[in-house]
Ligand binder design. Structure first.
Ligand code: ACG
Length: 418
């Protein structure tokens, strides 16, 4: 199974307003089939005042810019008919400040009391967590517009369960649980919460977004089904950039026993795109080769298959979600134009059409995608016999009678399978 992350607003416009939408995704089925992906992960689809949608105004709605519930049901039907699955992104930690709960149900949110240090900041980047309002200070880990929900209130917990059941009832195959470690300030409590959520969702294909140490991510994977593999993500890039197998080798040793519980990835909407860190095509193809030979579920961030560049800037996060270049001019029907392309510019050879006609990166990566589709057993394979020396890294992937030895040469960027 291969998963493809679609940032809806930038992907394909189906109704001519220049904004990517659900109908546009339906219109893209042949492309997904060409790539050979088995599941889509859609970034949040709900009503929201932001371009990314991680601040939800109404969990039971479809953002009108992306379509309506009928479009959503159509999308599920079309995907399922083609044998593909749908994972939706669900940010349950916080809502939008415009969610009516924020006005009507203050008890659904977290308010400072006399013991609270309202100058508290996030441990990883010193951004303030508490925000002043006419009703006192409220908590918003991701900023003033993203008030955190209060999961010490049982009503909020049951709201979360209802939301998950509702979307499972619509036919979604699973969820990406956004910011999964932030629900409570305590992993044990979080794990209990997610266990119940997943039971309510009757399992499904679920993945926790927990950007943390490997042993932490692994615990969430055990409960939810999968975790994103931030360990391999960082190490893989470092190894390719530095032409040194050591970072990846060390990362693989840390995650090898649980590798099949991970969604492995090279980029996502929160980081600099692969092509901006690794501009060389040979090196990038090598990175894809590693991704597609590792057990677990490989995830491709839309546009990485074309070598779209994009440098992440937390103050301008839309830089990494440039419009998907279907055509070189980027303004043909279906192209999205809600923002000007900052990095993936027109007439630079990024488009699907250009690459198909000129044997671009897309056609080269296709060989690796086809390989992974043929060898789909790798998803649940074991990773063994990992060693490195003299600029090479070797590992074996095996399952029952099947086995492949993968030799990676970090000097020539060659991959040998035997
Ligand atoms: C998710 C989404 C993201 C979204 C939100 C909010 C959450 O993917 O798009 O933002 O709905 C933290 C959170 C994640 C969050 C990222 C952006 N991602 O935990 O849930 O921020 C450290 C911290 C992590 C932190 C990370 C960020 O521990 O918690 O992620 O830094 O850089 C090693 C360490 C590891 C450390 C890393 C990196 O791996 O083990 O602990 O992680 O190094 O140093 C949305 C929008 C944004 C908008 C935001 C408000 O997409 O544009 O700004 O909302």
């Amino acid at each position: 199974m291969i998963v493809y992350e679609v940032f809806i607003r930038s992907f394909k416009d189906g109704n001519g307003d220049g904004i990517g939408d659900l109908k546009g995704i339906i219109d893209s089925m042949d492309y997904f089939e060409y790539l050979g992906v088995d599941a889509l992960w859609l970034t949040p689809i709900f009503s929201s005042p932001s371009f990314h949608g991680y601040d939800v105004a109404d969990y039971y709605s479809i953002n009108p810019l992306y379509g309506d519930m009928t479009d959503f049901e159509n999308l599920i039907n079309v995907l399922h008919k083609r044998g593909m699955k749908l994972i939706i992104d669900l940010p349950l930690n916080h809502t939008s400040i415009l969610n009516r709960w924020f006005l009507e149900r203050p008890d659904y949110y977290i308010w400072a009391d006399e013991n609270t240090d309202v100058n508290e900041t996030r441990p990883w980047d010193n951004i303030p967590v508490w925000h002043a309002s006419g009703r006192g200070y409220y908590k918003g880990t991701f900023g003033r517009c993203f008030p955190d929900l209060n999961y010490n209130n049982p009503e909020v917990v049951s709201q979360a369960f209802d939301i998950v059941r509702f979307w499972r009832g619509k036919g979604v195959d699973g969820f990406r649980f956004d910011a999964a470690k932030h629900i409570y300030d305590d992993h044990e409590k979080n794990l209990k919460f997610w266990k119940k959520v997943v039971e309510g969702a009757k399992t499904g294909l679920n993945v926790a977004e927990v950007w943390d140490a490997p042993y932490v991510m692994e615990r969430y994977a055990d409960v939810v089904g999968y975790s994103f593999n931030f360990t391999v993500f960082g190490a893989l890039r470092k190894s390719v950039i530095e032409k040194n197998p050591l970072p990846l080798y060390e990362a693989l040793l840390l995650v090898k026993d649980s590798i099949s519980k991970y969604f492995n990835f090279l980029s996502n909407h929160d980081v600099t795109r692969l092509a901006s860190d690794i501009p060389g095509e040979k090196e990038r193809l090598f990175a894809f080769g590693i991704l597609l030979t590792l057990p677990g579920v490989p995830v491709i961030f839309y546009g990485d298959e074309l070598g779209m560049p994009g440098v992440y800037d937390p103050y301008s996060p839309e830089d990494v979600v440039d419009p998907f270049p279907w055509t070189e001019d980027m303004c043909a029907s279906g192209g999205t134009r809600w923002k000007s392309p900052k990095f993936a510019r027109p007439y630079h050879g990024y488009s699907v059409i250009y690459q198909k006609q000129n044997e671009g990166f897309l056609t080269k990566i296709k060989d690796w995608l086809d390989f992974r589709r043929r060898e789909s057993w790798i998803n649940t394979a074991n990773l063994t016999e990992i060693y490195q020396n003299e600029g090479k890294l070797v590992y074996t992937i095996s399952k029952e009678e099947k086995s492949i030895k993968v030799s990676l040469d970090f000097q020539s960027f060659g991959i040998t399978l035997s």
